[in-house]
Design a protein around this ligand. Sequence first.
Ligand code: KIV
Ligand code: ZN
Length: 541
Amino acid sequence: MKKNKDNVVIFDTTLRDGEQCPGASLTHREKVEIAHQLAKLGVDVIEAGFPIASPGDFAAVKAVAEAVNGPSVCGLARCLNKDIERCAEAVAPAKKPRIHVFLATSAIHRKFKLRKAQSEILKQAQQSIAYAKTFCNDVQFSPEDASRTEPDFLAQITEAAIDAGATVVNIPDTVGYATPDEFGDLIAYLFDNVPNIGKAVINVHCHNDLGLAVANSLAAVQHGARGIECTINGLGERAGNASLEEVVMAMRTRPDRFGSLKTGIKTRQLYPTSRMVSRLTGMTVQRNKAIVGANAFAHESGIHQDGMLKERSTYEIMRPEDIGISGTELVMGKHSGRHAFANHVSKLGVTLKPDELERAYSRFTELADKKKHVYDDDLLMIAREELADVSPVYMLDYLHVSTGTDTVPTATCRLRRGDELLQDAGCGDGPVDAALKTIDRMTGVKGSLLDFSLQAISVGKDAMGEVSVRVAMEDGATLSAKAASTDIVEASTKAYLSCVNRYMRDIKVNGLGKETDIKRKPAAGRGKRVSARKKKTGRKA
Ligand code: KIV
Ligand code: ZN
């Protein structure tokens, strides 16, 4: 984007800070898929990861740098030479690479975390920026915990960073402590007290611990900041970051407050992007979330509905179509052909390889047999499941549960592992517990459920239920997954199995994804083996 005083740069950090959100880990392929969608959405910068953090992070940043056209691709680095070198290597393939170095500046971080004096911090920051500049012209500096840093020291380090060659100085409210008036004043203070501030872009990066991330970011642009660091659905460390869709729509909806400030965001891509990120991270968007929540445009009260029918603007300040919500559409039925299915899935923004498409189509026909109406959301769910488990270690082949008021809940599971079929049965406190315990025994991987939620995907009693789970493994690794089915016990079992598969696959590929730190090798599956032939002859487990 050309430098223009009215442009607000949208710096998306979904793949870096967003992915730091507990339970939101993404695979390599998922990161690249999201990066393509972010480019389509029109973000200016994609922060793709923290390359020194793990080989998986490095590979993902590099893959995004190689694959994505349009936005700058940025990697994060501490003010350490080894971080900067690793980051430079990862972003090098990008047409527009950026290195983002950060160093804490607040008294509390200086004293307890870094044990360094102001002068040492200044020197380290300047040296690192200069070192990063030897690899890449576009270098961003963040004084971590800026909002709790003494303003005069913050001004001093901002000036020093720009002198050392920083093209962007980002002012983070790292712990989400600032209030909008205070944060706006801090940005104004920097504009008044940093003589060379006009030579760099001032970004802000606000966390949402007090629910003020969006308000603080907007206050900052009203006081001169021209870059907002944000994430899709507000994902991020702890309570998250400023939500991209909220900051963009606030500026667009209220030109009376934001004047001619503009972003390059194609707002009709907001909803599809939100859906994609939710689906791939397994982080459900709360129904009442602003802009992209399921209820954001739903009018329940009779008075509101009456007003809407008379004149939309009585109760609607934005049009759902402007953010890409087209309503719940009835799209297909059991007579829809393969071609129509492929077309529709691709219109929903999902690209499937031919073999994935074939499997997804076969799942669609099975679903259309069970369920009268198949909606966009159902199709997206089917497509997501194809993308999620590219090469599952275990596949659920058969599940039978027996449950009731006077019955001991029991599950019989059959899993396919390559050419092998394994089966086992177990009891539990309920049918889901019975199925998951049986899976644990069969796979040798023992997980505990940290979160479990169930949501209807579309409408009607026959709607598919989508189960989201977050699972902690015995060694502390956490994984999340979703699965859907018209049978909610099956959906729960598949979601859980998907975490087990990801856990096992990440050990195998050793080096991709967040779970690379996983050391423990799970025991081989312990289910009783049954032959594939027996299954073909219809033998019931
Ligand atoms: O919150 C923060 O301070 C960060 C920095 C690395 C920019 O994420
Ligand atoms: Zn952050």
